[in-house]
Design a protein around this ligand. Structure first.
Ligand SMILES: O=P(O)(O)OC[C@H]1O[C@H](OP(=O)(O)OP(=O)(O)O)[C@H](O)[C@@H]1O
Ligand SMILES: NC(=O)CC[C@H](N)C(=O)O
Ligand code: SF4
Ligand SMILES: [Mg+2]
Length: 511
């Protein structure tokens, strides 16, 4: 018997589809906006998580390791691999980057099947207990789970489960799924049925890979918030291995050929004989794929939701140039790393020369941590350095993919002025972010989002730019075309497809 899944009604606050002209700081005297509340440089829209599954490969954990490497941009807090031999699951996981966690450890995870996870927490503490995959034992055997997304009713379900006697080992939302599977009403049914029962009770976002000693299951929530693809890896003299991953770049790195996406609401099951079956165990709803995957999260080389991430960013940049032109600028300068394709698009549409006038250090991570006061004072210079020869005396248009707190933009403007820029104009290749995310992106509190706190003009003064403009939401919709209604853009539009059952201080948070 199935428990009913009741998709919450669409939630609408306000629409931000209006055209927002460039805010020009030169139009009004600069006034001091309190900076201290926005100074923490670690609180960006962070990455989410990456998941991988490998089936029927003699070196499954090595394949999973390289695939995880390709997904490192999706989470840098911790990583883990669980592998399967005939009768048991093996695990290795830890805090840190993939290369650090698995140094000389692959021999600990033998077998021809594996699942893997890169974590950036959305719920639960940043400690090793919460690093996935989680492994558990059922009456029927062992199971492991790797989850990208955030379950919006996890706290409520956990409270119910605890009242019925469940004891949790972690503070992660994901563990709820294992408990729901263990207490599934389909007590005698196979693991896929238990998983379907459990996932019919959760709400929110999940791209999940499950592993037992004789099955691998890949499943996506019915809204399809987070991506999940599958592919085949040719092997000499034997059937191809199957590889599942959050993004196609993880298949590319191991030379697997992407065959298709896992559809929203689809569950794909592979068994020991290599038999692949699929079904759709959830009531269907309109897809709401995360548009931010295309703006910032995913790797530009990936195909996500059937579209090239690079081409989306390039096109956002072109549309930005059309909607917020700056014909008098001398150079278009990208904010590395993720601002580069949009800046190339801006340059191509405007005819203004593209100049890599900000150089990124290879030795600082994507969302860099600044552990000491000295490092904090050095700020963005730790990661980005100006090329004075390209900047002095020039009017530059600086293109970035997004503004979250405004920390990066503000520091870049100061840095470019110090390097002699005559004017610094900031152009952002997405609409203003005015709300947090409930669906798997670690978001700062709404009150810390620059565009929630301030109008465009105030924001322009805060970052101390000569002008500031964002890609209008309607331009983004225009680019998405007929598919626009099938994308989630809630952090811009306020139209949340699913509301959290319990809202904690940290969105969707289990503390
Ligand atoms: O307004 P803020 O709070 O400063 O956050 C926005 C910045 O954060 C992201 O870059 P990040 O440094 O995370 O990574 P990247 O190197 O991949 O661009 C994003 O690309 C913006 O540059
Ligand atoms: N960002 C994610 O997808 C995180 C997965 C899970 N919610 C966790 O916090 O570990
Ligand atoms: S709220 Fe924003 S980040 Fe979250 S799923 Fe929707 S578009 Fe993506
Ligand atoms: Mg950036």
């Amino acid at each position: 018997m199935f428990l009913t899944f009741a998709p919450p009604t669409a939630f609408r606050t306000s629409l931000f589809a209006r055209f927002r002209p460039a805010a020009d700081c030169r139009r009004s005297p600069r006034h001091a906006v309190r900076a201290s509340a926005c100074e923490s440089p670690t609180d960006h829209f962070r990455e989410e998580c990456g998941v991988v599954g490998v089936w029927r490969h003699p070196e499954a954990s090595a394949v999973a390791y390289y695939a995880l490497h390709a997904l490192q941009h999706r989470g840098q807090e911790g990583a883990g691999i669980v592998s399967a031999t005939d009768d048991t699951l093996h695990e290795h996981k830890g805090l840190g980057l993939v290369s650090e966690v698995f140094e000389n450890a692959l021999h600990l995870i033998p077998g021809d099947a594996a699942i893997a996870h890169n974590r950036y927490s959305t719920a639960g503490e940043k400690n090793v207990r919460n690093v996935q995959p989680f492994r558990a034992s059922f009456r029927e055997g062992q199971v492991a789970i790797a989850h990208n997304g955030n379950l919006t009713n996890a706290q409520k379900l956990r409270m119910e489960l605890e009242l019925r006697g469940s004891i949790f080992a972690t503070s992660s939302d994901t563990e709820v799924v294992l408990h729901l599977m263990a207490t599934s009403v389909s007590s005698s049914a196979g693991i896929e049925r238990k998983a379907a029962d459990a996932l019919n009770r959760v709400e929110g976002a999940f791209s999940i890979i499950l592993l037992t000693t004789n099955r691998l299951i890949a499943v996506r929530d019915p809204y399809g918030f987070r991506p999940l693809v599958m592919g085949e890896l040719a092997l000499e003299g034997r059937p191809p291995a199957l590889v599942f991953a959050s993004e196609s770049c993880a298949l590319d790195i191991v030379s697997a050929r992407m065959t298709r996406e896992i559809e929203p609401g689809e569950m794909v099951v592979v068994d020991r004989d290599g038999h692949v079956s699929n079904w759709f165990p959830f009531p269907s709803v309109r897809r709401r794929a995360c548009v931010f995957e295309h703006i910032y999260f995913s790797k530009p080389s990936s195909i996500v939701f059937g579209r090239s991430v690079y081409m989306s960013r390039f096109r956002f940049g072109q549309l930005l140039a059309t909607s917020c032109p700056l014909p008098e600028a001398d150079a278009v300068v990208p904010v590395p790393e993720s601002g580069v394709p949009a800046a190339l698009g801006y340059a191509s549409a405007s005819g203004i020369q593209f100049q890599q006038a900000i150089i990124r250090s290879h030795y600082v991570g994507r969302t860099f941590i600044q552990p000491t006061q000295t490092a904090r004072d050095i700020g963005v210079k730790l990661k980005l350095a100006p090329v004075e020869a390209l900047i002095r005396g020039k009017s530059v248009v600086v293109v970035d993919d997004s503004i979250v707190r405004g920390t990066t933009s503000r520091k870049i403007v100061r840095m470019l002025r110090e390097a002699g820029a005559r004017q610094v104009h900031i152009r952002i290749a997405c609409p203003p972010i005015t709300g947090g995310c409930f669906y798997g992106v670690d978001t700062p509190d709404k009150e810390k989002l620059l565009s929630y706190r301030m109008s465009d003009e105030e924001a322009c003064r805060f970052i101390e730019a000569d002008s500031l403009a964002f890609l209008p939401l309607n331009a983004m919709h225009e680019f998405l075309g007929d598919e626009a209604p099938t994308f989630c853009d809630a952090c811009f539009s306020g139209e949340y497809p699913v509301l959290p059952a319990v809202v904690d201080e940290k969105i969707g948070g289990l503390v």
